[in-house]
Write a protein that binds this ligand. Structure first.
Ligand code: COI
Length: 327
């Protein structure tokens, strides 16, 4: 019988793993912890490994190879946590996941609307029984130009949803797509950052996209721009964003991810000092909404991300190739 092992498993994923194991008659053992150089013994005797967001370094990959495992499937779309160069050198195949792009697109749309309507301040005031409205006027989406950076599956879905609101939509992506062209105009990166009233990020984190929104990019933006990031925190230079918020260049930011969030997002840190000063500063702005990397989190998406990763391991095992193979 084939044996798979999964790490970083949340309680809400467990039933989907069990269902898959039963349907396919395979053994899948689950761990809530991350796979690290210290617990490599947990992968002995398995045919494939599934993980989620924890660092898959050269050291971890060397341990995976030493255990005779050739297949790693992440349950996320993003794979910036995996050292792909090392995996390639070590002959380890890696796949990413696909799940409903609407999960993230809807959340991004919600954050855009919340930012335009100053919802964080409204809710804070209401909690304090301050029911005044002066200063809390918003803007309608139809009166804005929205720039979507990264028009892959999630970005394209957001663009389609936005098309119902009557706003002008700009897209930046090196790969153009006919479906996107129905609703948006492809423009250069510079044109998008110069013209957009709202910017939403939907691209993968790579060496060339790290800090794609840096000091130079913020300087080009319109005064009073709104920024939404549901992709990866490292796409935005936090210090440049803080300066842009202080100067009023950025009117509001809604961040489902923040640079360096990995060690504490999805964990209860109420009693601990936040080990990220920029994040603490960002959280102190009344016009910044921070959510804990939760945009993907719908019941449907969780089921799909587990199934997709396990399907990839199954395909790798049977054919040596998987539909969502990265390398
Ligand atoms: C992804 O799929 O890349 C995400 O950001 C969500 C995941 C971390 C659960």
């Amino acid at each position: 019988m084939r044996k798979l092992v999964a790490f970083n498993v949340r309680p809400d994923e467990v039933s989907f793993f069990h269902k898959y194991a039963e349907e396919k008659q395979i053994q899948i053992d689950l761990h809530s912890v991350a796979l690290t150089p210290e617990n490599m013994n947990l992968i002995d005797g398995y045919d494939g490994v599934s993980l989620l967001t924890s660092p898959v370094t050269r050291e971890v990959l060397t341990g995976i190879k030493a255990a005779g495992i050739k297949y790693v499937a992440t349950r996320s779309v993003g794979y910036d946590n995996i050292d792909l160069e090392a995996a390639k050198e070590l002959g380890i195949h890696v796949s990413n996941a696909e799940y409903s792009p609407g999960s993230v697109a809807e959340f991004a749309l919600m954050l855009i609307l919340m930012s335009l309507r100053k919802t964080r301040a409204i809710l804070r005031n209401s909690d304090l029984q301050d029911y005044t409205i002066t200063g809390l006027h918003g803007r309608e989406l139809k009166d804005t130009t929205v720039g979507v950076i990264g028009a892959g599956k999630i970005g394209a879905t957001l663009i389609k949803y936005l098309s119902g609101f009557g706003c002008e939509i700009l897209a930046y992506d090196p790969y153009e797509n006919e479906e996107v062209k129905k609703y948006a105009t492809y423009v250069s990166f510079d044109e998008l950052v110069q013209r957009a009233d709202v910017i939403s990020l939907h691209l993968l984190l790579r060496e060339e996209t790290q800090h794609i929104l840096n000091k130079k990019a913020f300087a080009k933006m319109k005064d009073g721009v709104i920024l939404v990031n549901c992709a990866r925190g490292e796409l935005v230079d936090s210090e440049a964003l803080i300066e842009a918020l202080e100067s009023g260049k950025v009117r509001a930011a809604a961040l489902d991810v923040v640079e360096g969030d990995q060690p504490f997002f999805n964990k209860d840190k109420r009693l601990a000092p936040l080990p990220n000063r920029n994040m603490a500063l960002l959280a102190s702005f009344p016009n910044v909404t921070i959510t804990p990397h939760i945009a993907f989190y719908t019941l449907g998406a969780v089921s799909e991300m587990v199934t997709c990763a396990l399907d990839s391991l199954d395909e790798f095992y049977k054919t040596g190739k998987a539909r969502k193979q990265i390398i």
